[in-house]
Design a protein around this ligand. Structure first.
Ligand SMILES: [Fe+2]
Length: 380
């Protein structure tokens, strides 16, 4: 007796005696019937007509909406018009195999559940189908109760998986929205920080019009040098921000000293020399993402320890501070000062070339000279 005949006979028995359902069968039907939701739609794909009709009959008798197809090609066409919550599919069919068709369905319709039907009880085949995402593997001959329970279980699992997917999508959307909001806040904070830094720079330069623009030009050159020697983006930004406010401490120096058109006395120069310390004291409590206060503090230190305010030497001076020193000296010498005209870029570059390795970090000095000589940098 072939599987088809067995099923047909079993079906005949059910048809002849529809009220012969056992207690278990009744339970399965109750579970499946659901609570007034729109009927679930099931597509049955099987090349054997009696099986198609039997499955359709059993499923429709239990409140499902059912359509049938005799091969994968017809089934694909049906899927366009019949939204299938579940596909019950035979494995061995002429043309495209049931397995290939189900692989397509699960990929193209992720919310559709699948149950395979086969006359062959192959455990390896069953395992590979389950791995593919098929919910169950029914072996012919099938009994009505087994089919209904398998279908009910498939729908229960599908609902859980859909709820899980929806939860995950909501979660991902929430994370995306929070990330966007966080990035917007970060961007606002960054803009605010840059605005405050520019305001500080402007305040200093308002008192010292002769050096107006000095800090910005030092910042441009310092950032270019930092980039030239391969500082990372974060370090370059640190150098730029520190440079823009490096002379902040000059706010404590009387304006008449800052703009004095003649040579400074020793006392006046000592007052000027306090500006790195004053600048440090002002910014040290600001929680910049970088050690800006130390950069401000060290911008007049020299490699051999002959600078001020501490006379720090060598590695005691941050690489970022050394960049500031080179950029500061070049800009200051090249530009006009109250007590002398601008000396020009060539003289400034001559100074750092002559004293590289002594006062100035040699690599930074070479990078600075190269930037000007190659025309890749100029003061605007
Ligand atoms: Fe300075």
């Amino acid at each position: 007796m072939g599987p088809q005949t067995q099923l047909a006979e079993s079906n005949a028995d059910m048809e002849l005696n529809p009220d012969s359902a056992t207690t278990t069968e009744g339970l399965a039907e109750k579970v499946i019937a659901g609570g007034g939701e729109s009927p679930k739609q099931i597509l049955v794909v099987d090349d054997e007509r009696p099986i198609r009709l039997l499955l359709q009959k059993i499923l429709e008798a239990n409140g499902y909406l059912c359509r049938t197809a005799e091969n994968a090609s017809d089934a694909r066409n049906l899927l366009d018009e019949f939204t299938s919550d579940l596909v019950l599919c035979d494995i061995n069919m002429p043309g495209e195999s049931g397995l290939d068709f189900i692989r397509f369905v699960l990929k193209a319709y992720p919310d559709t559940a699948a149950i395979m039907v086969s006359a062959i009880g192959d455990p390896h085949l069953a395992e590979s189908m389950l791995e593919l995402g098929v919910y169950d593997y029914i072996i012919k001959p099938m009994d009505r109760n087994g089919i209904l329970i398998s279908v009910a279980n498939a729908f229960r699992r599908r609902e859980l998986e859909m709820a899980n997917r929806s939860y995950r999508r909501n979660l991902e959307q929430m994370v995306d929205e929070r990330t966007d909001s966080l990035q917007r806040s970060m961007s606002k904070l960054e803009n605010a920080m840059n605005g405050i830094v520019r305001a500080i720079a402007h305040t200093v330069e308002t008192r010292d019009p002769y050096t107006a623009g000095h800090q910005r030009r030092v910042a441009d050159l310092a950032a270019a040098i930092a980039q030239e020697v391969g500082f990372d983006r974060d370090q370059i930004e640190a150098v730029r921000v520190a440079a823009i406010i490096h002379d902040l401490g000059k706010i404590s120096v009387p304006a008449e000293i800052l703009s004095k058109p003649s040579r400074l006395t020793a006392n006046e120069f000592n007052l000027i020399k306090e500006h790195p310390q004053v600048g440090y004291d002002i910014v040290k409590d600001i929680e910049f993402p970088w050690d800006v206060s130390t950069m401000v503090y060290q911008h007049h230190e020299k490699l051999d320890g002959s600078g001020y305010p501490l006379g720090a030497a060598g590695d005691e001076i941050l690489p970022e501070s050394r960049v500031l020193t080179v950029a500061d000296v070049v800009e200051a010498m090249a530009s006009h000062r109250p007590y002398r005209p601008g000396l020009g870029v060539d003289v400034a570059l001559g100074e750092i070339d002559k004293n590289k390795g002594k006062f100035y970090d040699p690599e930074l000095a070479r990078a600075c000279i190269s930037l000007f000589k190659s025309g890749r940098f100029s003061f605007d």
